[in-house]
Design a protein around this ligand. Structure first.
Ligand code: ZN
Length: 300
């Protein structure tokens, strides 16, 4: 048995997992993402400590590192991340230099899409879109059987204008991300109810229970997501749209309002299936591990 560590650097936390070559998750750990770490030094230190900790359980052959934002994947560089405040940061090489084992590098959304495409909800589809909804929102565009990267610039659906009313980390306002991310839903609920610190998980349970404020917040967020889906469907004609990330546990509570909107708004377009990620919030971990094992197999 061989082992890798999957590392997902998010806006608020670094989620890591020790994964075996049958893709069983052996252990997981979460650490806070260092704030405003523009040089990446503190982030590399945090990941190196996590890998060293896992290595006390099993020898680690490679690391799969997933980060958000616009990337140059072959170069291992983060071109830009609003949430991490990174710009032109060679994060893969910095980590490889620190831990001395191979690091497979990818975009958090596209690495999760690898899992859904190879063995999850998008398996068998030549054209599919994967949208994890977390602190941020981006899409993996699977076009004619391949994940479109466009040198790392493709899929930033979180920054299309959906006539939203909130300012965005990208410097504009009206984007999908500040209208429909898990962070956005929590903030909107706080603004309307006066209750702070309510998680998206708690909010969708309030929606199911009939809480009027939660329903209002939920309708705004899902309507924004539905408008973004309409755009993607019209341009790319996917067979399936798969939703993952923190909102995937909401299941039909999340899918139904989007499906209802699309049923009433689409005319000539091909209607895609709407699905929740097979791997749920674990898609990123499994996809990252798959890429790390690809590197182990390639012998690099
Ligand atoms: Zn934006």
């Amino acid at each position: 048995m061989s082992y890798v560590v999957a590392v997902d650097v998010g806006g608020t936390e670094i989620k890591s997992a020790l994964v075996d070559s049958d893709f069983n998750v052996i252990a997981t750990t979460t650490a806070p993402t260092p704030k405003a770490d523009t040089t990446g030094v503190e982030t590399v230190k945090a990941i190196a400590a996590i890998v060293a900790q896992f290595a006390t359980q099993h020898p680690v052959d490679a690391v799969g590192l997933a980060v958000p934002g616009a990337l140059d994947e072959p170069a291992g560089t983060s071109r830009w991340s609003g949430n991490l405040q990174w710009k032109n940061l060679p994060i893969r090489n910095l980590l490889e230099d620190a831990i001395k084992i191979p690091v497979a590098f990818g975009h958090d959304v596209r690495t999760a899409a690898v899992a859904e495409m190879r063995s999850g909800a998008a398996k068998g589809a030549r054209n599919a879109i994967f949208i994890p909804v977390g602190t941020g929102i981006a899409a993996a565009l699977i076009i004619d059987g391949e994940i479109r990267s466009a040198e790392g610039f493709a899929g930033e659906i979180g920054h299309v204008n959906v006539n939203g009313k909130y300012p965005c980390v990208c410097g504009k306002s009206g984007c999908l991300e500040p209208a429909a991310s898990t962070l956005a839903i929590s903030k909107a609920y706080e603004a309307q109810s006066g209750k702070s610190g309510t998680t998206t998980e708690e909010i969708y349970k309030l929606v199911v229970a009939g809480d009027a404020v939660a329903i209002n917040v939920w309708n705004d967020a899902t309507a924004a997501m539905a408008r973004a889906c309409e755009l993607l469907i019209t341009i790319l004609a996917p067979e399936v749209i798969v939703f993952g990330g923190g909102l995937s546990n909401a299941g039909e509570t999340f899918l139904k309002p989007i499906r209802d909107y699309l049923d009433s708004s689409l005319t000539f377009q091909r209607k895609p299936r709407l699905e929740i990620a097979h791997y749920g919030a674990k898609a990123g971990t499994i996809g990252c591990a798959m890429l790390a094992f690809d590197r182990v197999k390639a012998g690099k």
